[in-house]
Design a protein around this ligand. Structure first.
Ligand code: MG
Ligand code: MG
Length: 261
């Protein structure tokens, strides 16, 4: 079942997405060597509740926490641990919020201290893949056009595109139809209609595309143990192109403040 959203519903999803963006900005302030993912998780949970939201992931399918925190070779769905972050790590922080009956779902991959140049480039390219995917999400295009845009950019750099996990529709449910793969063929798949709200979320590996599940039953890791990056936005399909409902702006403001200190 595919739900096209009304303008009122789109505004509610925007509000939820913005709360996630602000939550991740609080996380951004704290990310540094020595901090534990569990500390980030507690902060995020408090912040969401203080702003009238409900953590969207906690309890979802039995997931134990507010944030998915995925460090280095962890791709997504990492359970926040009490292992301190180290200089040179990257950490993908994925967060969902339920507010006014609608979900927002946003992810950002942070650098911890000084990160190797090749890893920085992976992050930049993954962000560019997200942008390319968003640009392909216009009415009349197809789901395969989004995946094609993401995949071709990533593979041009020699990176692996994760196949097993995908983006999704978003609304009253955290995961709605359709699935939004980060790979695909042009002109293939479901036709995009105005009012379709999608979470687009490339997961790009420095090495090969293959992944496996860790023993905790949640965390997805790269098979070759090389780092993986993940960025996510919520968008609505419009006639002339996708409108991004979420924002990374608050996050990047905080990161810039830290850089200029
Ligand atoms: Mg997410
Ligand atoms: Mg998602």
């Amino acid at each position: 079942m595919i739900y096209l959203k009304t303008e009122e519903e789109i505004e509610l999803i925007r509000e939820s997405s913005l709360l996630v963006g602000k939550t991740l900005a609080e996380v951004a302030k704290m990310v540094e060597p020595g901090v534990t993912p569990l500390e980030l998780d507690h902060l995020a949970e408090e912040f969401i509740k203080d702003h009238g939201g409900v953590p969207g992931f906690k309890g979802y399918g039995g997931f134990p926490n507010t944030l998915c925190t995925s460090v280095n070779e962890q791709v997504v769905h990492g359970i926040p641990s009490n292992q301190p972050l180290q200089n040179g790590d990257i950490i993908s922080v994925d967060c969902g919020v339920l507010l006014n009956e609608f979900y927002g779902d946003v992810a950002y991959t942070f650098e911890v201290g000084e990160v190797a140049e090749n890893v920085k480039k992976l992050l930049e390219t993954t962000k560019a893949c997200l942008k390319a995917g968003i640009e392909a999400a216009k009415a009349g295009n197809r789901i395969g056009d989004i995946g094609f845009a993401v995949q071709s950019l990533a593979e041009k750099e020699g990176y692996g595109v994760v196949r097993e996990l995908v983006g999704h529709g978003l609304g009253k449910n955290l995961h709605e139809s359709p699935e939004v793969p980060n790979y695909g063929r042009r002109g293939n798949g479901l036709k995009l209609k105005e009012g379709l709200v999608l979470a687009i979320e490339p997961m790009i590996n420095l090495g090969k595309r293959n992944v496996k599940q860790a023993d905790d039953g949640w965390t997805i890791i790269t098979a070759d143990r090389l780092p993986s990056a993940h960025f996510e936005h919520d968008v609505v399909v419009r006639k002339d192109g996708a409108e991004v409902l979420s924002t990374h702006e608050f996050i990047e403001e905080e990161l810039n403040k830290k850089k200029n200190k």
